[in-house]
Design a protein around this ligand. Structure first.
Ligand SMILES: [Zn+2]
Length: 357
């Protein structure tokens, strides 16, 4: 690998807390980007320009036309060529900074592979589209003492928070974890998604850049600068809140960081996906104690996306995604069948985009 000249980072090295030594730390560091959609592509762009030496990008999806409104690393040719996002990002980043290494992984992150993909990572940066994988990332981060920068954006709103896990050596720096703040994920079908309510590109960019700033503080060793608050903003309503959450760890009995039960990492919590043999369909099953679907509310949100039929036993909608039709059937007990694919990763993607996980 070509070693970049530090001169290109001059304007960054001038900043307090950076200097030449901070820049060298960045060049020697590794960040795992969980997802390379809106948040992930903005973050990957900025981290590459900042000179983070190794970016590991994991994403299961392909670039689509409706991504281009906010996913800054991609262009029309990526859509025409149906390039996976991780690979398209790698190609683009190589042109932006040839002095860093980018590892592109086209896969669905789950409890069986996160350990392998996170090898060597000093920060996990969240560009995910579903709660379940966020809780998995949080479990992995807390168990291994690796900082995790949570971020989410939908509609005109966004949230971000930096998790510095409690480890024996860092009691003064540690923060609550994601499960200290939100103990259980919202019931499936209750949260809006970018594909159902839309998303303001600038809200995405603000959140992603907040996450990048947090990652740069961590990687350069400026832990005293890490934000201790949960950022919550609505750019359209002109609201920016910074919520003090530091007591959530002391006061709570978090299953993850207090009890050290890593249910998502152990595969005991979260949904499972099973390909239904010979039916070109995948069944997704929520974990047993998850709240059930609010069928009426889900139906109301999905009506704009395709024909919906609903009765007391099930809700069925046909959704067109990436030039393919998927028939999604939801059952009141939290089960879902996605017809039109036999790949669990594709089914999870369609479910996360339109129903919300
Ligand atoms: Zn916790």
């Amino acid at each position: 690998m070509k070693r970049p000249d530090l001169a290109r980072y001059h304007r960054q090295s001038l900043l307090p807390g950076f200097g030449e030594s901070g820049q060298r730390k960045l060049l020697d560091s590794t960040v795992l980007l969980l997802g390379c959609g809106a948040l992930g592509s903005v973050a990957a762009d900025m981290l590459a320009r900042a000179g983070v030496g190794h970016l590991i990008i994991v994403d299961r999806d392909f670039v689509e036309l409706t991504n281009l409104q906010r996913q800054v690393l991609f262009d029309e040719q990526d859509v025409i060529d149906s390039i996976p996002k991780a690979e398209a990002a790698k190609r683009k980043l190589a042109k932006i900074n040839s002095g860093i290494k980018v590892t592109a992984i086209v896969d669905d992150i789950n409890h069986t592979n996160i350990e392998r993909y996170a090898r060597g990572a000093e920060v996990l940066l969240d560009g995910l589209d579903n709660f379940e994988t966020r809780y998995l990332a949080n479990d992995f981060a807390v168990k291994n003492g690796i900082p995790y920068v949570y971020g989410a954006a939908v509609g005109t709103t966004g949230m971000a928070f930096t998790v510095i896990p409690h480890t024996p050596g860092n009691t003064g720096l540690a923060t609550p974890c994601l499960r200290c703040l939100f103990e259980e994920p919202p019931p499936p079908g209750t949260s809006p998604t970018c594909d159902t309510v839309g998303v303001l590109s600038s809200a995405v960019a603000v959140i992603a850049n907040f996450q990048v700033a947090e990652a740069l503080k961590i990687l350069t060793g400026n832990f005293d600068r890490v934000s201790p608050t949960l950022l919550n903003l609505d750019l359209w309503a002109n609201e920016i809140l910074q919520l003090k959450v530091s007591s959530a760890y002391e006061k709570g009995n978090c299953p993850c960081c207090k009890q050290r039960r890593f249910e998502y990492l152990d595969g005991k919590a979260g949904s499972s996906a099973a390909s239904l043999c010979g039916r070109n369909a995948v069944q997704l099953r929520q974990r047993q104690d998850a709240a059930k679907f609010d069928m009426g509310a889900v139906a109301a949100r999905l009506r704009g996306h395709g024909p919906v039929s609903i009765n007391e036993f099930m809700l069925r909608v046909t959704i067109r995604d990436s030039h393919k039709d998927y028939e999604v059937t939801l059952f009141p007990d939290g089960r879902a069948i996605v017809k039109g694919t036999d790949e669990p990763a594709v089914a999870r993607s369609v479910f996360a985009k339109y129903v919300g996980a």
